[in-house]
Unconditional design. Sequence first.
Length: 378
Amino acid sequence: MIKTQISAPTQVILVRHGRSTFNEQGRYQGASDESVLTEKGLEDAHQTGLALRGRPFSAIYTSPLQRTQQTAQEIQSILRRSVPIETHPDLKEVDLPDWAGLPYKYVRESMAADYRCWTEHPHRFEMNGPQGVRRPVQDLYDQARQFWQQILPRHVGQALLVVSHGGTMRALMGTALGLSCRHFHTLQQSNCGISVLHFPEQGNPAHLEAMNDTSHLGEALPKLKAGRQGLRLLMVPSEEHHLQIVQSLRTLLHPQDLSFSVSQGDRAQLLSKAILSEHPQTVQLHIQSSNFHHWLQTLNRRQPSGQSIMTGLLVAPSHLLQQMISHIMGAEQVLQLPQLSGRVSVVHCPTTQPGPILQAMNFAGPAIFQTRTLACVS
């Protein structure tokens, strides 16, 4: 947890850079500066600027690398007021000099032991550097802590935009929420995905208000970065189910092929039935137990084999969803993770990874985004 003397709430909106040339080519980037935005990356940065246009940002902070500079400049050009951009060295991506420029597949196959350590034990992963052997992920979390300690006291009660990299954003969120770097891979960060941290007064733990929302890019759900295998769970809070909420969720879930639905509690069961009226083939299960970890493991074991993804819906009270997401993120206690009505949180349990990944939290969906503001910019 970051300890700072903050007397008023501060909102930080985090944006990963747009799609880059190395993203397109399937190569590791790290802290190297050879990669630049593609045409798609520039288009998505423009759309992100439109999504954030109404925010009264006091400052924009960005990594010194080209791909983030280009993203920040495109967003800045769309905002309704002139906001200065300041580069900060602690926003650079995790430094992986031995892998920079190498294809993902080559690293997986030719450096299998190192790659396994990177995915399963990122806090122990080592790589040679100019000063000898170092641990890149631990170094990245140290960078993130330094950034918060320097920046937050300068902008008490203000709104900030931080444009950085996927790994750096995971470290920024992890350090703000008090998570260990061993859980580095539990949070997905998509190109131009929007995440929001809220720092309350008096240095209390940060609240994560939204994570990796790509609704403004027209995506029905965030793309599966860990492959199209395993179990994907769409989680919806059950507290409100008036007509507008039900219709919003029907619209959001309409394109999805839902194999099953699990609801916990009577209110959740009613909401699940209402929003699945257009999914007559979905198997609907109702449970009274709140031990989600047990049945999640059970569902994960029964998922179809091969190159396939099974998608299911979970409707449950917000406090249980917060418990589940906190557990997935590796938190030692339940975090402040408000679950917004009419939004979904997305968890992917890929067969290729050692644990579940939080793909998004409070995802709006493109149709809803067209008629309302994003959760993170309300």
